[in-house]
Design a protein around this ligand. Structure first.
Ligand code: APR
Length: 246
């Protein structure tokens, strides 16, 4: 099955990948909905929402500082590196991620569309002015925006918030044009990201899913690999390299 996918990929000019928390699981970053997922321990509306921030900003910042601390200590895994390498096999390749952990950029992926923002970036809760990512945020003394005096918040998309329009528009455009679309490590439950693989498939892409568990995509996918991305993606890359070097 992997051999067949490798042959298809080598005939494709345009590729797109959608990643979710699962691709960072082997780096030690907790997913959201798995057995050890964050949403099993915390309630998203208590931490990842504007209401939560307006009612108790210090609690929200304690949580994000904890996540920043955790993510700053982990490294990309072989799955991230394989996605950086696979870029070169396509005339056009787009990496679309729901993750905010910056691990694709650390792994060297050149063009990452961050649908849900980036946990290291800071912006004003009122006027959205970006602020220094190195800013130290003390939950009991949250810095204020230099422009309007609003409180600083993490530049991540919270529940109920719109995704950055330019980013999601480009993601849909790339999904429509993809010859092959690979969905990696996502439960494919959260919109609008979860629509991207469907749009790709509707526009004629070969749809691939890499996830140890089944998701709403699994029956639609042309290939479903019940595997860990940190194992499967390097295996796929090895096969592709063997076939391209002859
Ligand atoms: N390799 C591949 N997939 C894995 C691995 C792994 N090693 N480990 C777990 N997975 C899969 C799980 O089976 C699950 O389907 O990763 C998926 C993670 O799903 P979620 O925890 O729901 O994460 P995600 O799909 O990224 O969530 C989407 O929801 O809470 C919001 O903003 C948050 O971006 C997030 C969005």
């Amino acid at each position: 099955m992997l051999e067949k996918l490798a042959d298809i990929i080598l005939r494709c000019k345009t590729g797109a990948v959608l990643t979710g928390a699962g691709i960072s699981a082997e780096s030690g970053v907790p997913t959201f909905r798995g057995d050890e997922g964050l949403w099993k321990k915390f309630r998203p509306e208590q931490l990842a929402s504007m209401d939560a921030f307006l009612s108790s900003p210090e609690v929200v910042w304690e949580w994000y500082n904890w996540r920043r601390e955790l993510v700053s200590k982990v490294k990309p895994n072989p799955g991230h590196f394989a996605l950086r390498e696979i870029e070169e096999l396509f005339d056009s390749f787009t990496l679309i991620t729901q993750n905010v952990d910056n691990l694709h950029q650390v792994a060297g992926s050149s063009r990452v569309l961050e649908l849900h923002g980036n946990i290291y970036r800071n912006k004003c809760v009122n006027c959205n002015t970006m602020h220094d990512p190195e800013l130290e945020i003390k939950p009991d003394d949250i810095p204020k925006c230099g422009k309007c005096g609003g409180q600083i918040r993490p530049d991540v998309v919270w529940f109920g918030e719109m995704l950055p329009a330019a980013v999601i528009d480009e993601a849909f455009e790339k999904a429509e044009k993809a010859d092959v679309f690979i969905s990696v490590g996502t439960s494919a439950l959260v919109q609008p990201a979860a629509s991207l693989p469907l749009i790709a498939k509707q526009h004629g892409a070969t749809l691939v899913e890499i996830n140890p568990e089944r998701t709403p995509l699994s029956d639609l996918a042309d290939f479903h690999f019940p595997a860990k991305s940190g194992e499967l993606l390097p295996e796929l890359m090895t096969l592709l390299k063997e076939k391209t070097t002859g």
